[in-house]
Ligand binder design. Structure first.
Ligand SMILES: CSC[C@@H](O)[C@@H](O)C(=O)COP(=O)(O)O
Ligand SMILES: [Zn+2]
Length: 207
């Protein structure tokens, strides 16, 4: 299939939103060097996703390519994000997911290296940004999975935990995955999660 088969408006909007999201994540310092990847689900079920290896804060239109729902590039020779399968997995699991974001913040990297299989967030007002959360008093569990360069194997480890995951997840020493119904919702989730991780890190430094 060729990119031309997409309704031009939907594809162009997706590319613009991905470029803008990369810039916003870069402003926060969440996509150092070539870290991070960003995708949007297109109306036909294919994905617009960042090409592998570029700086996500400096994306041009050629920094975004199309893959099918299984992660295969629609244009032969295109190299999608090395972590495309993690995006595909989220879209396959959650039919409401419209955008997926991955960044490498200092807070997610450092906190996940301290050990444990989850971070539990409690008594923060901002945790209400996560799906289904309406009080600071609830406990929001953010799972941490060990990093793995074999993304298919990593997705197999993540799979059994996706049900009921409301804030996203962390890969140890690596970064976070967050998603939402559209790009605005995904960015709000990511920003909320990163704010809370930064709070946790600050608090631990004071202890
Ligand atoms: C700076 S290395 C980071 C990569 O290994 C990877 O984790 C990452 O987030 C970006 O990979 P990419 O293939 O550009 O999507
Ligand atoms: Zn990464």
């Amino acid at each position: 299939m060729d990119k031309a088969v997409f309704p031009a408006g939907a594809y162009c909007r997706a590319v613009e939103q991905i470029i803008a999201a990369g810039r916003r994540m870069d402003r926060f310092g969440w996509v150092p060097a070539t870290a991070g990847n960003i995708s949007i689900r297109l109306p036909d079920g294919n994905l617009a996703i960042t090409r592998s290896g570029g700086h996500k804060g400096l994306l041009g239109t050629d920094g975004v390519i199309c893959v099918d729902a299984a992660g295969s590039p629609l244009t032969t020779g295109d190299r999608p994000s090395a972590e495309t399968l993690l995006h595909c997995q989220i879209y396959a699991h959650d039919p409401r997911a419209g955008a997926v974001l991955h960044g490498h913040s200092v807070a997610s990297t450092v906190l996940s290296r301290l050990g444990g299989d989850a971070l539990v967030l409690e008594n923060y007002e901002v945790q209400k940004v996560f799906a289904g959360q309406n009080t600071h008093a609830a406990r929001v569990r953010v799972p941490i999975f060990d990093n793995d360069q074999d993304i298919a194997r990593l997705s197999g480890v993540v799979a059994p935990h996706l049900d009921g995951m409301c804030a996203g997840y962390i890969i140890r020493g690596h970064g976070v995955y967050a998603w939402g119904a559209d790009m605005d919702a995904a960015l709000a989730r990511l920003e909320g999660l990163e704010f809370l991780l930064a709070c946790e890190l600050e608090e631990r430094k004071l202890r």
